[in-house]
Ligand binder design. Sequence first.
Ligand SMILES: Cc1cc2nc3c(=O)[nH]c(=O)nc-3n(C[C@H](O)[C@H](O)[C@H](O)COP(=O)(O)OP(=O)(O)OC[C@H]3O[C@@H](n4cnc5c(N)ncnc54)[C@H](O)[C@@H]3O)c2cc1C
Length: 448
Amino acid sequence: MSKTRITVVGGGLAGSLMAVYFAKRGYEVNVFERRPDMRKADISAGKSINLALSARGIRALEKVGLKEAILSEAIPMHGRMMHDEEGNLVHQPYGTEGQFINSVSRGGLNVQLLKLADENPDVHLHFNYKCVSVDFDTATTTFVDESGNKLTQEADFVVGGDGAFSQIRLRMMKSGRFNFSQDYLEHGYKELTIPPTASGDFAMEPYALHIWPRGEYMMIALPNPDKSFTCTLFYPFNGPTSFDTLKTKEDVEAFFNDKFADSVPLMPTLVEDYFANPTGSLVTVRCYPWVKGKAALLGDACHAVVPFYGQGMNCAFEDCVILDECIEEHNGDILAAFDAYQKSRKANADAIADLAIQNFIEMRDLVGDEEFLRYKKVEHNLCELHPDLFQSQYEMVTFTNIPYSEAKTKGAQNTQLVKHIIKNGLEDKITDRTFILDILNKRDTLTS
Ligand SMILES: Cc1cc2nc3c(=O)[nH]c(=O)nc-3n(C[C@H](O)[C@H](O)[C@H](O)COP(=O)(O)OP(=O)(O)OC[C@H]3O[C@@H](n4cnc5c(N)ncnc54)[C@H](O)[C@@H]3O)c2cc1C
């Protein structure tokens, strides 16, 4: 019997991982990637230089045997390190003891996934091929190479892992009866660098995600294995305080000296980086269905989210796990699996999209706020004291595989509970398990 043939469009994070999952099931996989081979060419992996990898992503990598290799090069970040305008620092743990997120290189991770895919003789990687069309009934895709030559690929099924501006999704839209929304934040992002110190060390605490919350905007920094940090400024595109108003070297220097003064001595190439690096946009994409004929969407192609919960890639990797599980459950009936996958994922993708936007407000606005810090302290204590009774929303999203939609609902209830404790001055009672059980039972009627 000939093998089932699957064309994967996009050899980014989700596409290359899904290719590995398909090949493990004995399918023949052809991956087509628009960009050159990252293993050979020194190209940017696009978007951010580094990413926060957490439980869902780790589980997906573990299932293909890549967990240890990736984590051995990752830098654990145990909490948020907040920088106020005077340069004072406050550390806020992400979870309980032993819970942390991991800073990983996007390029390094993508290269490892491509290498793993390539080790399987049933995976064929094709670079510099841009998908231009797809026939959903026949699973035939058409690509163009750099010289404009066309290539037609036949298969049994197609998976579109071609990112937030997916060609496969565009074709689904054009084919009709397809719901789609695309929302841009008014903020863009720009990456900057804090290099290692002269003695070759990290210039700031390495095991934390640094945040400079400034109300309407913020800067963050994640550590890299070469002891540098990649900073990302999230700032409005237009308006009185915006990228638009930072036109000259003097504008940039004055802005950073005023708002991020403690970072300026650490960024010797600030002005050069600022003008050399592009300003990226931030988009939330929602759509449905994720399946048309013999094709399905995966990752950002069906649910691009803003990066403030550090979950876009983790969610895309979780897609791979769930699709693989659906194939298992449906005994290799891929069309049935596609349908089960889209039904199980859609509500979760919507939930993490909402949570990611909420977290932007939390990060830029609240993390420096006294009341918020008090809230976080109570929440943290509840997690530490009663781990079997109480999990924060961040913990559920980041350190568990609880479906995102459930984490969103339970998280909102938990927020009510913490607010109730604070409003009624009950902080000294939280060590009392009976008290916690009692208010958990009354959760639906609590006032805050
Ligand atoms: C600033 C920023 C920071 C982020 N930080 C985090 C984080 O900390 N943690 C986290 O989990 N997520 C983070 N994300 C989200 C994460 O980057 C995405 O969710 C993730 O890259 C999705 O993977 P993907 O494979 O679906 O898409 P992509 O990584 O975009 O891959 C798509 C691939 O398809 C290729 N392609 C596109 N069109 C075609 C075509 N027509 N033909 C062939 N190939 C094509 C592209 O070249 C690319 O290689 C961040 C995103 C941004 C913008």
